[in-house]
Design a protein around this ligand. Structure first.
Ligand SMILES: NC(=O)N[C@@H](O)C(=O)O
Ligand SMILES: [Mn+2]
Ligand SMILES: [Mn+2]
Length: 444
């Protein structure tokens, strides 16, 4: 990009951000402390219930509490004023020159599903704190306050509810009520676990709800969790939409019995019903007519779980998503019909078919997209508009503020496994784009 183009880009950015960018003696002084950031990522990954290189960090576990303490320490070191809500969403605020204006927020999550990696969500929390440090080191002064959010339980691991913290922030009355009766598969109630981690003093979770004017924008930095950016050699993904996720819990019941003595015609094997439904999920998804429809049976549990006993109960959890909500809902209906048909044909009882969540997709906000694009231009980084097939807290923050997401490449698109990896250089680019985007949005 030659100087004239650079000048015109900076000019556009200044007009857009109202921030004196030409005073920056060179973009290079907009520096990220990548070495320190990588140290923080490595240290955070040590708070894990599974051995390195895998990371397992379950909501309100001992390692989750230690990790939360680490995040609050880093927020304080960045000069942010820290507060937590009733379910443990953590907020670090940098007050702007006009604190009455709606603030600009950014953030992600640090919980990690069993045996996963150290970058999912973490880059968006530690990277956000570092983006604040970059702006502070550079002498930037925000007009609107800037707020870093660490969302509670984006992963559905412990209580089967994804984006628990951001759903509540978005005002989910049904969840605020349901949490009082929710237990995990060890029968530990949400209330008990939350209290053990220092939260849920009172059980009125409506205190978590955000008011509509709280934020003027929300931006989340995240690894792509897919191979596109790496394959195409592109530095930054500008997310335009987040696919619509849904999850279903299905339970089958049969008579069970002796694996040797019970002859095949006399059986109503709950396990086989579940197995057949798992294949039906794949069939319905493949028949949706679009590559954008996906379906996964990530949990399948048989009871009593003995080799020589016919399964009397089968519990399965189905995750299905699509960028087209209607098409996804059609698939859910077909799965429901198959569950009923299989149970009838096999003489197995369909004990439960519970749709836990069936969320609409979310669109990114045009102005936030513009701010992210301008930032990549000024930083001379290649970028590409794309959709997110993974869901994120942004899916719910979009209900409360104009939303945008910044993706960075990750190794072979790996995620939710220990081989998940993003290079310090790619993380640095993401943090810079985030910092400039926040500067932009908080100056308007
Ligand atoms: N981003 C991400 O991994 N979110 C997950 O919880 C998911 O299943 O999409
Ligand atoms: Mn994840
Ligand atoms: Mn994530």
């Amino acid at each position: 990009q030659n100087v004239d183009e650079m000048d015109s880009t900076i000019k556009t950015m200044e007009e857009f951000s109202g921030y004196p960018l030409h005073e920056i003696d060179s973009v290079s002084s907009f520096a990220v402390d990548s070495v320190n950031l990588q140290k923080q990522i490595d240290e955070l990954s040590s708070f894990s219930d599974s051995p390195a290189p895998s990371v397992t960090r379950i909501l309100y576990s001992e390692n989750d509490v230690l990790a939360r303490r680490f995040i609050k320490k880093l927020m304080k070191e960045a000069g942010l004023s820290v507060r937590e809500d009733a379910v443990g969403n953590i907020f670090g605020q940098w007050e702007g020159s006009e604190p009455d204006l709606s603030a600009v927020s950014t953030g992600s999550h640090i919980d990690a599903i069993p045996y996963s990696g150290k970058y999912d969500g973490v880059v968006g929390v530690l990277g956000a704190i570092e983006a604040i440090n970059v702006l502070k080191r550079y002498g930037f002064k925000p007009k609107r306050s800037l707020e870093v959010i660490m969302f509670t339980s984006e992963e559905p691991t412990r209580y089967g509810i994804s984006c628990l913290g951001s759903r509540l922030l978005a005002g989910s009355v049904s969840l605020a009520t349901a949490l009082k009766q929710t237990v995990d598969n060890q029968n530990i109630s949400f209330m008990e676990a939350a209290k053990s981690a220092g939260y849920a003093e009172n059980n009125d979770f409506s205190t978590v709800f955000l008011d509509d004017k709280r934020y003027s924008a929300f931006v989340e930095l995240h690894i792509e969790q897919g191979p596109i950016l790496e394959n195409e050699g592109i530095s930054i993904g500008i997310v335009t939409a987040i696919a619509a996720p849904a999850s279903i819990k299905v339970d089958f019941g049969g008579n069970g019995g002796h694996a040797g003595a019970a002859l095949m015609p006399q059986r109503n094997d709950a396990g086989l019903a579940a197995a057949e439904l798992a294949l039906a999920v794949e069939k319905h998804v493949l028949e949706s007519g679009s590559i954008d429809t996906v379906g996964t049976v990530g949990i399948l549990e048989l009871h009593p779980g003995a080799i020589n006993s016919i399964p009397s109960k089968a519990h399965m959890e189905i995750d299905t998503r699509d960028i087209d909500e209607k098409r996804r809902n059609n698939v859910i209906e077909k799965i429901h019909e198959s569950a009923a048909m299989i149970s009838k044909r096999r003489g197995v009882e369909l004990l439960g078919f519970k749709i836990v969540n069936q969320d609409p997709p979310a669109l990114s906000n045009e102005l936030v997209i513009k701010a992210m694009e301008s930032a990549t231009q000024v930083l001379n980084l290649s970028s590409k508009k794309m959709i997110s097939r993974a869901y994120h807290d942004s899916l719910f923050m979009a209900r409360k503020a104009p939303m945008g997401m910044i993706f960075i490449p990750c190794y072979k698109g790996y995620s939710h496994k220990p081989e998940e990896y993003a290079s310090p250089g790619d993380i640095e680019n993401g943090v810079k784009v985030l910092a400039l985007t926040l500067a932009n949005l908080s100056s308007n």
